[in-house]
Design a protein. Structure first.
Length: 403
């Protein structure tokens, strides 16, 4: 079976939707509804099973919310993995929407059961656990998708295509910022305690939570990796267990410098993820809060504003993930749907011999991207704890043994 029609991203190639389960994400959770809505809007998935909460009464109520049959609402993820793997109509993939410290154990359980994994970021709380999941994914042959949705916006794909074409010349500098305001402190409900607990989130809450999003966006847009960095961290809101602000200087693999400013205690900032890429021949700017526009400034020509849609200079890679005409707004919900659609293609291809057009899934973040996020978080923590020294990032690729 060949599925090569790049215009049909939201058409399931098998002629049916894939069966999806959830671990976590039920009532009271933060990200479950984002994943659920993305899966439904993608048109690739039916949510048929779940262990939606560690509290049985909440798990049962959440299953009713999502129209999951009572006999497929589980009280523990291990029971869910075993029973679903044994069913002829069992789930083909699982979305994991639990706190960071549980990711490694849950993902490993489902990978070993032969069930494809869609994992909320960051990948784990430690580099060792992330490397374990990368190795296990390779050993089992099961797919693992990381949910970094911002690169699924059409104008991020447009920027990536322009950079690949040489529209800004040689990449010379990247400036990024990601600001939020939920963690100013002073009100207990502002900060779910697990998101500040080092045992549950890892060595840096601010970098793991939103810095890994920025890192993946940088990598997806520019095609470049960070090879070294230095980080300072601060608490700018009320006192709390971990810093809420980070200033990170970057060095990219082509020698270009970068700067990343992170803060989730910035009054009046909501989800302010912004990137500026400067090259020898021009510049690009994109803002997640106005995601349908991309500013392109050639060095020796007039400024151009690309607007999401078809035609008018929109590159095929961007047009492929645009679904409505200009003026009919697409937003983060559509980016989530694009991510779940591409994850659906990956699972269908692996399980059912679907041949995808070359390059179809080159922007889909997998296990290596998850590991890169953990290496970045650890390097930031290492630098900060050493007083802001430059730190070289470890490789996400295991060394090749000698012949």
């Amino acid at each position: 079976m060949v599925f090569a029609d790049s215009s049909a991203l939201r058409i399931p190639p098998l002629g049916r939707r894939l069966r999806l389960g959830f671990v976590g994400g039920g009532r009271g959770g933060l990200v479950g509804n984002w994943h659920f809505a993305g899966a439904r809007l993608s048109n690739h998935w039916e949510v048929v099973a779940g262990a939606l909460s560690s509290r049985p009464e909440v798990a049962a109520a959440s299953a009713r919310d999502w129209c999951i049959a009572p006999d497929r609402s589980y009280t523990h993820f291990r029971e869910m993995a075993a029973r679903e793997a044994a069913r002829p109509d069992g789930i083909e993939a699982v979305s994991i929407c639990t706190p960071n410290d549980s990711h490694a154990g849950i993902a490993a359980c489902f990978l070993r059961a032969g069930i494809d994994v869609i994992l909320d970021k960051p990948m784990t709380t430690t580099v060792a656990d992330a490397r374990m999941l990368v190795a296990l994914r390779a050993e089992t042959g099961v797919s693992l998708t990381m949910t970094y949705p911002f690169a699924q916006h059409a104008m991020v794909r447009q920027a990536s295509a322009l950079i690949e074409e040489g529209a800004i010349g040689q990449l010379r500098q990247v400036q990024m910022e990601y600001f939020q305001d939920w963690n100013q402190g002073g009100q207990p409900e502002e900060s779910p305690i697990w998101r500040q607990d080092p045992a549950r989130v890892g060595r840096s809450s601010i970098v793991g939570d939103i810095g890994t999003h920025a890192l993946h966006l940088l990598q997806a847009m520019t095609g470049r990796d960070v090879v070294s960095l230095r980080a300072d961290m601060f608490t700018c809101g009320a006192p709390k267990p971990q810093p809420d602000t980070a200033h990170v200087s970057l060095r990219l693999d082509n020698g270009a410098p970068g700067l990343l400013h992170l803060c989730n205690a910035a009054p009046g900032q909501f989800c302010a993820l912004r990137v500026r890429v400067w090259g020898s021949g021009g510049a690009l700017e994109w803002d997640q809060e106005t995601p349908e526009r991309l500013r392109y400034v050639p060095r020796d020509a007039e400024e151009h504003i690309f607007v999401r849609g078809g035609g008018q200079g929109i590159r095929p890679d961007a047009a492929r993930i645009s679904h409505l005409p200009r003026g009919h707004g697409e937003a983060l919900s559509d980016a989530w749907a694009n991510l779940y659609a591409e994850a659906g293609l990956a699972v269908a291809a692996r399980r059912h011999g679907v041949a995808l057009a070359p390059g179809t899934l080159r922007h889909l973040p997998g296990a290596i991207e998850g590991l890169k996020g953990m290496l970045f978080t650890d390097a930031c923590a290492d630098s900060y704890e050493a007083g802001g020294t430059w730190v070289t990032l470890a490789s996400a690729t295991p060394p090749v043994p000698p012949a």
